[in-house]
Design a binder for this molecule. Structure first.
Ligand code: NDP
Ligand code: BG6
Length: 494
């Protein structure tokens, strides 16, 4: 937290794209929570900026549904909106940014004043917005930081172009590329689990681990967001960023220190050991309607009015990749993600090898360490034990650290809350560095191009199912064994 001493000075948080969906659903609520919990510098002023001509009262009204104000917080909530302002302006005209600058300057009394710009704008206006911030709005008496949202390009070429564009305008330490998965509790816990426990370190390798499965599942389809989604698809939307970030934290070597650059150096190194994905190691799917389902479930991806009728954009993907280093050679890392599936779930499943030299007549099952990111953060280790009592039978059981049961009082903050606070305190540990991004695109671009050029048709799967049945065959091929025999009993609360 290098800049906590700065907290006495005026700060300005500018939300560009303030009339949009992300702003209303995520960013305004997040800055309210941070304000409410007294985590921001006292003298922070918030500006919304977008083309829509509206007042701050209208912005407030649009956000109302998402703001969550508890009893007793009404006065604080009024104060929060009193610290907010809104400026309407174009994205491409310098004069409008000069007016924004004048509005910001008015409250910047004293020798130091810092500015943070959050770009919740579509990629099409990204170039203009950043140039205009640089030309007309940078802080003259403090730092300027810009937070940018994915998509960071759509392949290696466009991403490099974007990176060079940004590098001409800002230094890397001013750029905060958000991957909100890096703000999630269990993703942040990965380093602690791995490097603060001697028990895991010696077995975290190819000698002991058979495969690693990283999954993301959502129980709803694109539902009107198909226009954006169809241009990107699930691989760019989730796999190339959220899942690959998790992979690098699971697989990287121990960093020299907890310094953000030391950590990101290790993340980049492990990515550099991964070859571009082979098309034979990828399966893509697209959901179709479930005739027996209810409401939206009846509709397939192609029934979405915002999706072109003949679209071959994947809404599901499973890809296996290999890390060519001495720790991981030969261990499949399977990334799997999909929309319109049977449940909401994001987890890492580390499956250990079969016990060698079996003396239990084939009754042992593989150990699995499961790190459940959401919903309901949990860490559990599936293991074998003798069934309690006179018998000498084996049973599958688990060591279970379910957060809601173990830490009943603690409140797990939302990913965006942590990350925006990190920008105020100047820590880039949980943000994506330029070279990480470059590696991510190196791994994914060739297969994305090949899928598009060869017009590979995604296999259909039914809305609300676990995904295409072919995916389970692939899992088995990549040395992930599903036994189907594990039964979990929810512990009863006392
Ligand atoms: P299981 O081994 O029973 O299931 C693992 C996963 O395998 C499933 O979630 C499913 O995920 C997948 N699967 C299902 N069918 C197949 C198949 N035919 N081939 C390959 N994979 C398949 O163990 P879990 O660890 O999931 O635990 C079972 C239940 O117990 C879960 O609901 C879990 O949340 C719960 N549990 C909760 C704990 C907690 O809250 N702390 C602790 C332990 C367990 P998918 O559909 O994504 O492929
Ligand atoms: C976003 C994707 O980055 O992550 C969305 O663009 C996806 O398609 C979302 O729904 C999932 O985030 P979370 O935090 O709800 O798991």
């Amino acid at each position: 937290m290098e800049n906590i001493k700065d907290f006495q000075y005026p700060h300005t948080f500018v939300l560009l794209g303030a009339s949009g969906d992300l702003a209303k659903k995520k960013i305004y609520p997040t800055i309210w929570f941070l304000y409410r919990d007294n985590l921001l510098p006292k003298n922070t002023k918030f500006f919304g900026y977008a083309r829509t001509k509206q007042t701050i009262t209208e912005v407030r009204e649009k956000c109302k549904k998402y703001m969550k104000v508890r009893a007793g917080e009404e006065e604080l909530y009024e104060q929060f909106w009193a610290a907010n302002d809104y400026v309407a302006g174009s994205y491409d005209k310098r004069i409008d940014y000069e007016l924004l600058d004048q509005a910001i300057t008015k409250h910047e009394r004293g020798p130091v004043a810092n500015r943070i710009f959050y770009l919740a704008v579509p990629p099409t206006v990204f170039g203009d917005v950043t140039v205009n911030i640089r030309n007309a709005c940078v802080a003259l008496k403090g730092y300027t930081r810009v937070i940018i949202e994915k998509p960071f390009g759509r392949d290696d070429e466009s991403s490099d172009k974007l990176s060079s564009h940004l590098a001409r305008l800002f230094k890397e330490e001013q750029i905060y590329r958000i991957d909100h998965y890096l703000g999630k509790e269990m993703v942040q816990n990965l380093m602690t689990i791995r490097f603060a426990n001697q028990i895991f370190s010696p077995s975290w390798n190819r000698e002991n681990i058979a495969s690693v499965l990283i999954s993301f599942k959502e129980p709803f389809g694109t539902e009107g967001r198909g226009g954006y989604f169809d241009d990107f698809g699930i691989i760019r939307d989730v796999m190339q960023n959220h899942l690959l970030q998790i992979l690098s934290l699971v697989a990287m070597e121990k960093p020299v220190t907890l310094n953000p650059n030391d950590i990101r150096d290790e993340k980049v190194k492990v990515l550099r050991h991964i070859k571009p994905i082979d098309i034979n190691n990828i399966l893509v799917g697209q959901y179709i309607g479930n005739p027996n389902g209810q409401g939206e479930e009846k509709l397939g991806y192609l029934d979405d009015q915002t999706v072109p009728k003949n679209s071959i954009t994947p809404t599901y993907a499973l890809a296996a990749m290999y890390i060519n280093n001495s720790r991981w050679e030969g261990v499949p890392f399977i990334l799997r993600c999909g929309k319109a599936l049977n449940e909401r779930k994001a987890e890492v499943r580390i499956q250990y090898k079969d016990v060698p030299g079996d003396i239990f007549e084939g009754h042992t099952k593989r150990n699995e360490l499961v790190i459940r990111v959401q919903p309901g953060e949990a860490l559990y280790l599936k293991m074998m034990s003798k069934s309690p009592g006179m018998k000498f039978d084996l049973m599958e059981t688990e060591l279970d650290l379910t957060y809601s049961m173990r830490y009943r009082e603690s409140n797990v903050p939302d990913a965006y809350e942590r990350l925006i606070l990190d920008v105020f305190t100047g820590t880039q540990m949980h943000f994506v560095r330029n070279d990480e991004l470059k590696e991510a695109w190196r791994i994914f671009t060739p297969v994305l191009k090949q899928l598009e050029e060869e017009k590979v048709k995604p296999v259909p799967y039914i809305y609300g199912s676990r995904g295409p049945p072919e995916a389970d065959h692939k899992l088995a091929k990549y040395n992930f064994k599903y036994s189907g025999s594990y039964k979990w009993q929810k512990p009863t609360m006392d």
